[in-house]
Design a protein around this ligand. Structure first.
Ligand code: G1P
Length: 899
């Protein structure tokens, strides 16, 4: 049976009986402002940030008993009362009987529309919900239709409980904070303005008002209000059968003021007689007004059906245009899933990892590595904003190569860690160059490397191992020189520092220290002696790439030398004997971090780029050779790389008959960095297929079952096996595995990874999720942690740059497709629409014989029906200059014919 049915090519879909599945929700948000989540029965919550929740915060486990939430009641004269979204005691009781209301849902980017029909009450509802583009209100357009052949009198009551405070108060002073509430009713609704905000920031005078407004379709005001919970549900009552609905109680008029109660936006509309098949329209808006602004200033724009319809069109247009990448691979369902995947990075920019029901961790913002990886997708979708984002983000790097981990709300805002020893995630310094490299390739702008920005400074020093007691907040959050000035270094200097410091920061096996953890946040218990070979590979690959771009700088005759802080000179030491000795490396690093523990001198030295690139190459080669020599785990004919050492200094992966311990991360970075050589890649693929692949579970698992709690490596081993970071099919790493394989020419193998993952997500019967890719699949195949995952950025990027092979090469456009036969339509065509060089392009690959990537040759290339010259037989190169001559208005068609 097909559960998710798409309605267009922009991801809009419908589903029957969504209320019968757990954990489903659609994100509703604006560009700024409100961030909501909404379930098929209007559950979920809504907030601006950690300290401003409009509805009570919910986590995934609250969704199935989330009853004190948005609702729309109809009292039907002579019959009883019915909830238009299905949340009543009676409807819940009937849910799995043949008396269940018919219900279905349609949804798209940032909107959902519920449909319900009750035979018993002869009513039908349609509830459209969205958040405005500005994010100033959540809007619900409710249509109630009489489906009987005779007149019916209804009295509607809309309700949205107003929590109106910080998430911290959920069980910290829950009651006390309700005493701060000042509630008043106005002509159109209920407003709640607490006197103080009362949370971890201390007691502050509050300037924020929370509101719920209502009107009839033509803009008529409601009849009366129920502004507090006690009044609404009644003594001993509940939201499933509120007293005012049950007993048909009138509410209080506009102008009523109430103090110190839990608030609710209860709105009673005038009773109305509906003729057969007649529809009544109601609008409910809810929002948060900051800075003493009046809710009325917002709500008046969404008061009539016409106004709401106009804003809804705006919302749909805005978000579909934002997702300006589309795929046509001969399977419309897949293409629509890919649409949602492309939307996901935008969602994470908005929600971080804190504000959807599964994502209840943190208090907002994003982690460092997520920040950089989400930029990968934004680079494709919104390239114009990314340059500054990249430059600003480098401002979070410390002079010791580590970085700020608390990221503020504004771009480039990093918050000092004033307390304990900060955790150092040893992979953090790897990601910035990955993003910067893609940026340079997509745009051809290498000047970005020479932008100057400060370094971040706080109490943490010497790579998280000590405090700089001389630092205080008066010093400020920028690294200074001895003369008290802020030190500005180039982006390139920041990159070098990040990678070189990591190079020296090794453990006993001469692999980089794991510190607090690496990409896998749950490998967090080997602080002393843990080592991550996986990321030693990654850094080695990075350093090779940096060296390559330095050579390109020279080739383009842009620069041949750079200026760096004089303290850095020792980091360029090139000495094999030193490389071989973990002690000497650590000593050198200590020497460096000692010098930079507080201020730096401010003096600089000049280095020749050719020397620098040689030095980086040499270091990277050494690391790779060392890993190839020492970390290969042999398993009969095959094998794989050991990726870690635990806190007892023991290698973590092994191939013993009784117990195979293999981890995907270790293989991904060995392959991606090209540490793994051809035969090793093939061996790894075989081993991964043997030990990690599980089609039912969604593909490649993160690790085999260690059957050990392993407190000397990380909390992941405390998680049930097959869940999250302990052996689930974890989408982010799986996609990176696919990416690494494609990068090395293993298209078939890479395709298998991406395909199984998407198949698992699309298998609604098991995955039980709306379209998109989840963070991981659990042991039963359910997709968990919808929307907010780094996997989405990587999936989209891999589809574009590897599968379609459309990528920038220092600004030029290169096309080298690696599509599998099943990715073409019946005519042997596949296409990708995206922007490049500010031009809208539809890139169409025509492969009538559906030849494999290793078999085809380029026959001809057309741009808007004109044949183009192309020198190479396996890839197309279109110079940027040529693209820039095309007009920016229309979409240009680039057709690549293969033979
Ligand atoms: C999440 C985090 C990511 C981390 C990963 C593994 O992955 O966001 O930073 O590396 O867990 O611990 P995501 O949700 O992005 O797939």
């Amino acid at each position: 049976m097909k559960y998710i049915k798409f309605q267009d090519k922009n991801g809009s879909f419908s589903i029957e009986n969504p209320e019968n599945y757990s954990g489903l929700y659609i994100p509703l948000a604006g560009e700024n402002g409100l961030k909501s989540a909404i379930t098929p029965s209007l559950g979920g919550d809504s907030k601006l940030d950690q300290n401003h929740f409009l509805l009570e915060p919910v986590s995934i486990e609250n969704l199935h008993n989330n009853r004190n939430t948005r609702n729309f009641w109809c009292k039907i004269k002579g019959k009883g009362y019915w909830s238009a979204c299905g949340v009543s005691a009676e409807q819940e009781f009937q849910k799995y009987t043949d008396k269940q209301d018919k219900n279905s849902l349609e949804a798209g980017f940032m909107w959902q529309k519920l449909h319900r029909a009750s035979e018993k009450y002869g009513l039908q509802s349609e509830i459209l919900s969205f958040v405005t583009v500005k994010g100033d209100a959540e809007v619900h357009l409710v249509k109630i239709t009489n489906i009987e052949e005779e007149e019916q009198e209804i009295t509607p009551v809309a309700v949205i409980p107003v929590y109106g405070r910080s998430a911290d108060n959920l069980r910290d002073h829950r009651h006390v904070t309700s005493l701060l509430h000042r509630i008043r009713t106005t002509e159109y609704g209920v407003e709640v303005k607490p006197v103080l905000s009362f949370d971890e920031r201390g007691h502050q005078k509050n300037n924020t008002a929370y509101f719920v407004y209502g009107s009839e379709g033509e803009g008529t005001e409601p009849e009366s209000f129920y502004p507090d919970v006690e009044m609404f549900i009644g003594e001993g009552g509940s939201f499933l059968i509120p007293e005012v609905v049950r007993e048909e109680k009138k509410g209080v008029p506009a102008g009523t003021e109430i103090e110190g109660k839990e608030a609710v936006g209860g709105i009673r509309f005038a009773s109305r007689v509906l003729r057969p098949h007649e529809t009544a329209v109601y609008i409910v808006t809810a929002g948060i007004s900051e800075k003493n602004q009046l809710p009325e200033e917002t709500a008046r724009f969404y008061r009539t059906e016409k106004q709401v319809a106009r804003e809804f069109e705006h919302v749909k247009k805005h978000w579909t245009e934002k997702v300006n990448v589309s795929f046509e691979t001969g399977d419309e369902d897949r293409d629509n899933y890919l649409k949602w995947i492309c939307f996901q990075p935008i969602l994470r920019r908005i929600y971080g990892c804190s504000f959807l029901p599964y994502h209840d961790y943190g208090k907002g913002g994003r982690g460092w590595r997520d920040l950089w990886q989400d930029c990968l997708a934004l680079l494709i979708m919104e390239p114009s904003v990314v340059r500054q984002m990249i430059v600003d983000n480098y401002g979070g790097v410390r002079i010791d190569g580590t970085n700020a981990t608390i990221i503020g709300n504004r771009q480039g805002e990093f918050i000092a860690d004033r307390n304990n020893i900060a955790r150092v995630w040893m992979d953090h310094a790897f990601w910035p160059f990955v993003t910067t490299q893609l940026y340079m390739d997509q745009t051809g702008d290498m000047n970005v490397l020479f932008e100057k920005i400060p370094y971040f400074k706080d109490l943490q020093t010497k790579r998280g191992t000590a405090h700089d007691e001389k630092w205080s907040s008066a010093y400020g959050e920028n690294q200074k020189t001895e003369s008290g000035e802020i030190y500005y270094g180039t982006v390139l200097e920041h990159i070098l520092l990040e990678n070189l410091c990591a190079f020296y920061d090794v453990g006993e096996h001469n692999e980089m220290k794991l510190h607090g953890a690496d990409w896998n946040d749950a490998m967090d218990m080997a602080w002393e002696n843990g080592e991550s070979v996986a990321f030693t590979c990654a850094y080695a690959g990075n350093m090779k790439n940096i060296a390559e771009y330095l050579r390109k700088l020279q080739e383009k005759e842009m620069f041949d030398r750079i200026e760096v802080a004089e303290e850095m000179e020792i980091l360029f030491t090139g000495d094999r004997e030193l490389y071989e000795s973990p002690e000497k490396k650590q000593q050198l690093l200590r020497q460096y971090t000692e010098k930079c523990a507080h201020d730096i001198s401010g003096n600089t030295i000049v280095i020749r780029l050719d020397q620098l690139s040689r030095n980086l190459d040499e270091k990277a080669d050494w690391m790779m050779e060392n890993i190839r020599r020492r970390e290969w785990v042999k398993d009969g004919e095959n094998g794989w790389f050991n990726g870690y050492y635990d806190d007892h200094k023991r290698p973590v992966e092994r191939a013993e008959n009784s117990q195979v311990r293999m981890m995907l991360t270790s293989q991904v970075f060995a392959i991606m960095s090209k540490t793994a050589q051809k035969d090793q890649i093939e061996s790894i693929c075989k081993s991964a297929d043997k030990y990690l692949f599980d089609r039912q579970a969604g593909g490649y698992r993160l690790n085999t079952n260690f059957h050990e709690e392993k407190f000397d490596l990380g909390r992941m081993f405390g998680f049930a096996y097959g869940e999250k970071e302990n052996g689930a099919v974890f989408s982010h790493m799986a996609v990176m595995y696919g990416n690494a394989l494609y990068k090395n020419g293993y298209a078939k193998e890479g395709h298998k990874v991406l395909e199984t993952l998407l198949d698992a997500a699309m298998d609604f019967e098991n995955s039980r999720m709306y379209p998109g890719i989840p963070e991981y699949f659990d042991n039963q195949g359910r997709g968990l942690y919808a929307y907010l995952t780094g996997a989405a950025s990587w999936y989209m990027l891999t589809m574009i740059t590897e599968v379609f092979g459309v990528r920038g090469d220092l600004g030029d456009l290169v096309i080298a497709p690696a599509l599998m036969p099943e990715q073409y339509n019946e005519n042997g065509q596949a296409s990708l629409t995206m922007e490049f060089a500010g031009r809208k392009l539809e890139i169409c690959i025509c492969n009538p014989e559906k030849k494999l990537p290793s078999e085809y040759k380029i026959k001809t290339v057309w741009c808007d029906e004109k044949e183009m010259k192309n020198k190479q037989s396996t890839c197309v190169r279109i110079e940027r200059e040529l693209l820039e001559k095309l007009s920016v208005k229309e979409t240009h068609r680039i057709k690549v014919e293969l033979m």
